[in-house]
Ligand binder design. Structure first.
Ligand SMILES: Cc1cc2nc3c(=O)[nH]c(=O)nc-3n(C[C@H](O)[C@H](O)[C@H](O)COP(=O)(O)OP(=O)(O)OC[C@H]3O[C@@H](n4cnc5c(N)ncnc54)[C@H](O)[C@@H]3O)c2cc1C
Length: 258
């Protein structure tokens, strides 16, 4: 079985995250960048299956700026057998539609049986890329899985919903997205880090994929303005002068917390 895992580099949520107020893009130089943890978990789902099923091929796929090689190498060090990095300057500021089109083209080219993604990235937070890719490919899409079983005939899993759990199944080829309920990725060991340097890493451009970023070819979303989050206001401090309970209730009611 061939599994493509969509891995994405994001600004580290533990560090400083800044938005460029002119371009609306993340300031990648403002802090550390890391592989989004949810995409590492997606990789773990593929690798756990590969551990038990000899001959499984796991490919890490990313669409990211040219300088994101370290993140791609991390996916290889964790255990992916090879990687594909779509790097093209025309993709800076790509909207969800273009991103999905580009990723779907790369998946079509790789001809996998299964695509595993995170359900939501920590930077763009679109949460729709997996569904859009499935639509482009005409494949079933099992969303937001909290448990997943992969087999040669198809996948089965559980979707956590508000009122309970939904067991689902899909035939292959399919796209699945997973949630943080699934286990953390294994840590890359020294052997993995050394091996990653020699694993195949293919870099593709838009021309290689036959996709155009020209808005005249396909309509794109245009970001009309961007603004920074307002700084956090100081919290409300209630000093007890015999009326704290009353003030507390008043605060909760005013803020619709009760
Ligand atoms: C040059 C360049 C600059 C970019 N700059 C930015 C930026 O500043 N901010 C930003 O948010 N994005 C940036 N991107 C990436 C791209 O625009 C976003 O990935 C895209 O809009 C997806 O949005 P999302 O993360 O909200 O998707 P979601 O739907 O929230 O993502 C869900 C899942 O889809 C998969 N996925 C999503 N995007 C990618 C990807 N690019 N590669 C592989 N898997 C993916 C992951 O598994 C992820 O967990 C850049 C890309 C390039 C090539």
């Amino acid at each position: 079985m061939k599994i493509v895992v969509l891995v994405k580099e994001v600004p580290d949520t533990y560090g400083d995250r800044k938005l460029n107020l002119e371009t609306g893009l993340a300031e990648r130089g403002a802090g550390d960048v890391v592989l989004d943890e949810i995409t590492e978990r997606a990789l773990e789902v593929a690798l756990s299956f590969a551990d038990k099923n000899e001959g499984t091929e796991v490919v890490a796929l990313t669409m990211a700026p040219e300088g994101s090689t370290a993140s791609v190498r991390r996916a290889l060090a964790i255990g992916a057998g090879s990687a594909v990095h779509i790097a093209d300057e025309q993709l800076a500021g790509a909207d969800l539609g273009l991103s999905a089109e580009v990723l779907a083209a790369a998946i079509r080219r790789a001809e996998p049986d299964l695509v595993i993604t995170g359900n939501l990235s920590t930077d763009g937070s679109g949460g729709v890329i997996p569904a859009m890719i499935a639509e482009h490919l005409g494949w079933p899409h099992a969303t937001a899985l909290t448990a997943v079983e992969i087999a040669a005939e198809g996948i089965t899993g559980t979707r956590g919903a508000d009122a309970g759990a939904q067991p689902i199944s899909a035939s292959l080829p399919a796209v699945i997205s997973i949630t943080e309920a699934l286990p953390d990725a294994r840590f890359p060991n020294f052997k993995g880090i050394m091996a990653a340097k020699k694993k195949p890493l293919e870099v593709l451009s838009l021309d290689d994929l036959g996709v155009s970023a020209d808005p005249a070819v396909a309509p794109r979303t245009i970001m009309t303005s961007v603004s920074e989050k307002p700084p956090r206001a100081a919290g409300v401090k209630i000093v007890d002068e015999g009326d704290a309970a009353e003030k507390l209730v008043e605060f909760l009611v005013q803020n619709r917390l009760v």
